[in-house]
Design a protein around this ligand. Structure first.
Ligand SMILES: C[S@@+](CC[C@H](N)C(=O)[O-])C[C@H]1O[C@@H](n2cnc3c(N)ncnc32)[C@H](O)[C@@H]1O
Length: 292
């Protein structure tokens, strides 16, 4: 039995289950914003990644695979990318895009990054907004380190706090004027988008996971959150902190949908530009090294 078959047979965690059943259909519906918007953020980061031609790299929690494609371009045909995600529903888009672009040095693999039996053969391990959702962040970060050769580099991009990310925070504030906050037993996709905002906590997690040379760099960028106000309001009610409030409120949210959507559109109108609705976002580019 291959490694991939062993991993596929392991039971899914509640978060991995939630990603597959609840979030994949929503992410697919709003893919144009997730891929288009987040690319505007990470294109600030890609030019400074410590990736060389011929490198073997991992993209952990790669989603639709657009960053894996970019990494494949950076390593060139003599290098390789292992693009891993716990949802085959995302990876299928990556497989299709890679095929269409004639890119053959990416392996798309459905697996849980926290437990996959990596071989220590990679020069670089990357994650854009994937590690924030690990059920056990230290286990996940340690396993990413295990994927690296001695001296290999890990870079993850994680959101700073909600106040630094109005593209997610403003909509939540609006929705909370109409709906209660999610309760203790809310279904979630993991610790959440802001779970790695605190540099002290993340430094400790990385140290326990065995990394050295830990560095944080603040990255600010405007992201695209919709073609127009209807698009942006629909996105906010489906995904992210506002989407969680809306989903958890169930029937009350559906009954009040129109007034909530109208309030959201009034708020988002301030951010409408000729190229769509554009809002501020802020992340940490976190870099750390596997000791030699
Ligand atoms: C916010 S999305 C980011 C996706 C992609 N990296 C991007 O920037 O567009 C988080 C991704 O992490 C994946 N993910 C969450 N927990 C995971 C785990 N334990 N193992 C593998 N993938 C995971 C999700 O399926 C999802 O695709």
């Amino acid at each position: 039995m291959s490694d991939a078959q062993v991993v596929a047979a392991a039971p899914r965690s509640q978060y991995v289950e939630f990603w597959n059943t609840t979030l994949v259909p929503k992410f697919v519906r709003w893919r144009h914003i997730l891929v288009g918007g987040l690319t505007l953020h990470s294109e600030r980061i890609f030019p400074s990644l410590q990736v060389n031609k011929g490198d073997n790299v991992v993209d952990a929690g790669c989603g639709f695979g657009d960053t894996a494609m970019e990494l494949a371009r950076l390593v060139g045909p003599t290098g390789s990318v292992l693009a891993m995600d716990c949802c085959d529903g995302f990876l299928d888009y990556g497989r299709r895009d890679a095929r269409a672009a004639g890119v053959s040095n990416i392996t798309f693999l459905e697996a849980d990054v926290q437990t996959y039996p990596f071989q220590p053969v990679h020069d670089f391990c990357f994650s854009r907004f994937g590690t924030q959702f690990f059920e056990n962040p230290v286990a996940g970060l340690r396993n990413m380190r295990v994927s690296l050769k001695p001296g290999g580099v890990m870079t993850m991009v994680v959101w700073r706090g909600i106040k630094d990310n109005p593209w997610l925070g403003h909509a939540k504030d609006v929705v909370l004027k109409f709906l209660p906050p999610p309760g203790e037993n809310a279904q979630t996709c993991g610790p959440g988008p802001f779970s790695m905002a605190d540099t002290g906590v993340v430094t400790k997690q990385l140290e326990i996971a065995g990394y050295k040379d830990i560095e944080f760099e603040q990255v600010d960028a405007q992201v695209f959150v919709g073609k127009d106000l209807d698009d942006a309001a629909g996105f906010q009610l489906a995904i992210g902190p506002a989407g969680e409030v809306y989903r958890e409120a169930g029937k009350i949210a559906e009954q009040r949908h129109d007034e909530i959507a109208n309030a959201l559109k009034s708020e988002l109108a301030k951010y409408q530009r000729s190229n769509g609705v554009m809002m501020d976002s802020s992340s940490w580019k976190v870099t750390a090294r596997n000791p030699s």
